[in-house]
Design a protein around this ligand. Structure first.
Ligand SMILES: [Zn+2]
Length: 82
């Protein structure tokens, strides 16, 4: 996987859950229609343990678009990671 050389970016992508340092296994693609154009995708990374938790967090808000295995994720153009 190719990661942009952002300062301080870890070599191994880690889970986006608060306080979790586990290696990410899943990519959660989401979009907030109030802030983002429909084709825009924000992504969160999740370990096995937090996939459900983060999916629900986004799901109840209607933001969740897709959950993809990290190895299969292709970053769409114009999207950003946080
Ligand atoms: Zn986690």
């Amino acid at each position: 996987m190719i990661t942009p050389d952002a300062p301080g970016a870890p070599d191994v992508p880690t889970c986006s859950a608060k306080g979790c340092r586990a290696a990410a296994v899943w990519v959660l693609a989401w979009n907030n229609p109030k802030l983002h154009t429909p084709e825009r995708r924000k992504t969160w990374l999740a370990c096995e343990e937090h996939r459900e938790h983060l999916s629900q967090f986004l799901g109840v808000r209607g933001f969740l678009k897709d959950v993809v295995a990290l190895g299969e994720w292709v970053q769409p153009e114009g999207s950003e990671r946080r």
